[in-house]
Design a protein around this ligand. Sequence first.
Ligand code: MN
Length: 231
Amino acid sequence: MTEFVFAPPAPASVAVSGSGKRFPVRRVLCVGRNYAAHAREMGNDPDREPPFFFTKPADSVCDSGSAIPYPPLTDNLHHEVELVVAIGKGGSDIDSGAALDHVWGYATGVDLTRRDLQDQAKANRHPWDWSKGFDHSAPCGPLVQMAHSGHPARGFVRLSVNGEVRQDGDLGELIWPVPDIVAFASRSIELKPGDLIFTGTPAGVGPLVPGDRVRGEIEHVGSVEFTIAGA
Ligand code: MN
C-alpha cells in the first residue's frame, strides 16, 4: 500500500439523485461554443468546426444548494447552464454509435466563467484556465442514472436568476450532440469512469452579482440551484 506524506484529499464527487451514494469525479471536461446562438453572441461564426475542449479541476464541482463566494480577480462573473454527461465506462477511440454505452448519467450544471479574464486571455492568446477553472466554478445538480433509451436528445435547457429567465435553449440545438462529444474527447484522451463533460451553453449568458439566486434546469434531467455570496 502506498504511503503518502500526508493524507490525500477526499475525491471530488457529485450527488446522485434519489440515492445517498455519490459519484466520484475524476476530471471535468468542458466543450466550447456548442450552440449556434451562443457562438454568435460571443462573436463567432458557428460553422460546425470540430468541438474544442477545456478543463476545470475536479474539485471545482460543488453541490446544488451551495452559497458560492463571488470569486476574486473578476468584475464580470457569468452563468452558463449546461447538460453534464457523467462517464461510467472508460475508453479510447470510442465510436459515436457506441458512445452512449459509456454514459452513466446526466445532470444540470453551470460553467461559471470570469468573462473579463476570458476576454483578456483571448486577446493575449493566453490559456483559459484562470477564467474557467477557479474554485467553485462548476456547480452541478444531482446526477440521474440513465439507460441508453433515456438519453435526453431534446428538452429545454433553462437558467433563471432571481426568478427571471435568462437562458432558454433546447438540447436539440446542440451543434455536436452527446455521442459525438464523447467520441471526440476519447480520441484525445482515454476517458475513464468519473469523468464529467460539460457540453456547452445556449445563448443568454450574462453577469451574476452577490445575492443572486440562480436556478438551472434541464427537461428530463433535473436542476441545480445556488446563490452568489459576497466576495
Ligand atoms: Mn461553457
